[in-house]
Write a protein that binds this ligand. Sequence first.
Ligand code: SAM
Length: 250
Amino acid sequence: AGVLYIVATPIGNLDDLSTRAVKTLAMVDLIAAEDTRHSGRLLQHLGLHKPMMALHDHNERDQHSRILAELGAGRSVALISDAGTPLISDPGFILVREARVQGFQVSPIPGACALVAALSASGLPTDRFQFIGFLPAKGSGRRSVLESLQAETSTLVLYESPHRITNTIADVIAVMGAGRELVLGRELTKAFETFYCGTAEHVLAELQQDPHGSRGEFVVMIHGATPEPDSEQTTLETDRLLTILLTELP
Ligand code: SAM
């Protein structure tokens, strides 16, 4: 049977396409792309001419079986999205899930991913983080998701579009407080790559002052909640009592 390759493509800088990704794209029989016109330009740039098909959120439910049939017939397929790693806030979940159910080999060709790139250079704790993807478009939905994450202690990572970025930060301030530490990664790997760091209030002000501020693509990273000093105090007190008890016990 054919192999399904999940191939990461650049998130801005074309040099971020790995040698292995190029070899894989050159070797497969078919390339399934989120947007065939957009990806067609990448293939043209690489000098590759390959059969392509569209696999996006609106047709994945119908089209994934066509790809499975190709794999069944012994042909290999590469899945790519417009930018970065497929399935990370991008199509492909139904296809990969079903390919695994049917026992096909699914192999990742790793590369750029905005979430990992942003986090790695953010200066925020990376030992534990939660990826939220895109928040709901409506203000009320957005705030209720943020409320549910308000007490989360791991770093939070979100994707956001340029026309909602200032509203989202305003909502972070409303729900998590103006003093919550925030890092924004904007236009990563591109000419106007910028990191905005500081309290949520400070980051919002900087963004509003920057004439290019709300243009481009953003990863929003929020420092996790600091555990209540109370609960820490309680743990210390419990430890102290336990130590006393242990020494006193026969
Ligand atoms: N699959 C992609 C990945 O691996 O990162 C993400 C696709 S998602 C539809 C697009 C979102 O990713 C953008 O709205 C933005 O939040 C983020 N993003 C993509 N490229 C970026 C870049 N160069 N700089 C900052 N954020 C980026």
